[in-house]
Design a binder for this molecule. Structure first.
Ligand code: SF4
Length: 456
């Protein structure tokens, strides 16, 4: 698969990652705690399973590229204080949940969940499972920062019940690591990765990042060779989103050190070539997995789904999310918690649910969400069955979108037939762009204030 510079230039524009539709910038304060409480109560008997998310916002140090809601601190007592409030929030929601509902998925993200010490990892996991029933075959994943990690952390994760690990790597090159303030030598990564395997984790994902300062084809080729040699089951190679107007600390990255568009193109080509030669299948966007991974089977059988944690094989779950900034979801609603810790503590302390803003989706939103999900996950959209499901004449309903897609067809990103929209192999790289014509909210976006990072 060959990427062309002209396509990268043409399609590199601000756009969502579609971990939700409508996307988070369109949530409003008109949907808050009262509405969320009502929604929780009304959705207990609809037979949907649960997916639980827990946000741990603390990190030892700040990575300059970070796009997460986090607090850099060395004071562990802050985490202890946070856990006290987190437990209260979990209890409050659990008390409203029908106990027959089973959690198929549990995910801890951050920040750095392994900022918690091993005892607190066990304590939090036990608290969750004392309030919610985790399915015996639940997917339980945790994001891990290799720095400051001990073997005791890994044991605590495994003994608690986690079965998936996602390791934050980004790049193994020393000058890149220094430029982004995330120094973690290869020897450390190999040691931590060895612990994971020895403790019995048979699903390990590694997160890499492309577009960071000082990256060259030569240095990144070296990084990829070492990563492939370690052999993670899945890889996510994210594009660094340089949005200093939204993330002030990204101003610590020297813009002139960032790779040029030409270099980024060469890096992307390198990633595609090296990972496919090593047997990884390109799912689309930034994700790769070994050919026998269940995520690949899910894509082939059209059961892959996308939520705030990225691609998932667990469709039709209500997401109950806990902790500052976390986002919960039912079929009809999105709701996000307050982001700042003092606000979170105040609201939880008052016995309330710490919600800040949300959205009740319309039928039109659901229809468009389905179209976007089909593109992002199945890499094709069957117009006939879609039209039948939603009671629309596809070509006239999406006449605007089809005009935009026609241009993408000329660029080789999609194939349009009377029956289907099919994403081509090169189109997998441009999935965000291919989904955007189906997004009704983007047309309202103000040109002066970008809300999203660039798609490429
Ligand atoms: S460890 Fe992750 S969340 Fe923490 S600063 Fe680095 S990138 Fe951000």
């Amino acid at each position: 698969m060959q990427l062309a510079k002209s396509l990268l230039e043409k399609y590199s524009k601000a756009g969502p990652r579609y971990t939700s539709y409508p996307t988070a910038p369109y949530f409003t304060e008109a949907f808050g705690e009262k509405e969320w409480l009502e929604e929780i109560k009304q959705t207990q008997d609809r037979g949907r399973d649960l997916s639980l998310y827990v946000h741990i916002p603390f990190c030892d140090t700040l990575c300059y590229y970070c796009g997460c809601n986090m607090v850099a601190t060395k004071k562990y007592e802050k985490a202890t204080e946070y856990l006290g409030y987190l437990f209260q929030e979990i209890d409050r929601v659990a008390a409203l949940a029908n106990p027959v509902r089973v959690a198929r998925q549990l995910h801890w993200g951050g920040g750095t969940p392994t900022y918690l010490n091993p005892d607190d990892i066990r304590r939090l996991f036990a608290h969750i499972t004392s309030r919610f029933t985790l399915a015996a075959d639940a997917e339980a994943g945790c994001e891990v920062d290799p720095r400051e990690l001990t073997r005791e952390h890994v044991k605590a994760l495994k003994e608690s019940g986690f079965n998936r690990i996602s390791l934050g790597i980004q790049d193994l090159n020393a000058s890149v690591q220094q430029a982004v303030n995330r120094v973690q030598p290869e020897s450390l990564i190999r040691q931590v990765y060895g612990w994971m395997r020895e403790e019995g984790f048979d699903s390990v994902n590694m997160d890499l990042m492309v577009g960071l300062p000082h990256q060259t084809v030569e240095t990144y080729s070296n990084t990829l060779d070492k990563i492939i040699d370690m052999g993670p089951d899945r890889l996510a190679v994210f594009n660094y989103a340089h949005v200093p107007w939204m993330m002030k600390h990204q101003k610590l990255i020297i813009e002139s050190d960032l790779p040029s568009l030409q270099t980024r193109l060469a890096l992307q080509q390198l990633i595609l070539d090296k990972l496919s030669a090593a047997g990884y299948v390109y799912i689309g966007l930034d994700h790769f997995a070994k050919a026998d991974d269940e995520i690949i089977r899910a894509q082939q059988s059209k059961t892959l789904y996308r939520n705030f944690q990225g691609y998932t094989t667990h469709k039709n779950c209500d997401i109950y999310a806990f902790g500052a900034s976390s986002i919960s979801q039912t079929d009809d609603v999105f709701v996000q918690n307050v982001k700042k810790l003092p606000d979170y503590y105040r609201l939880v302390g008052e016995g309330r649910l710490p919600t800040e803003r949300g959205l009740r989706v319309t039928n039109e939103d659901k229809l468009r969400r389905d179209a976007i999900t089909r593109i992002m996950c199945d890499l094709e959209l069957d117009k006939t069955s879609f039209g039948r499901t939603w009671g629309i004449a596809f070509d006239s309903y999406f006449a605007d979108a089809l005009v935009e897609l026609k241009e993408m067809e000329a660029d080789g990103l999609v194939i349009l037939s009377p029956e289907k929209v099919t994403v081509t192999q090169p189109g997998r790289f441009f999935l965000r762009n291919i989904a955007m014509p189906f997004d009704a909210y983007l047309k309202q976006q103000s040109a002066e204030k970008p809300r999203f990072s660039k798609t490429l």
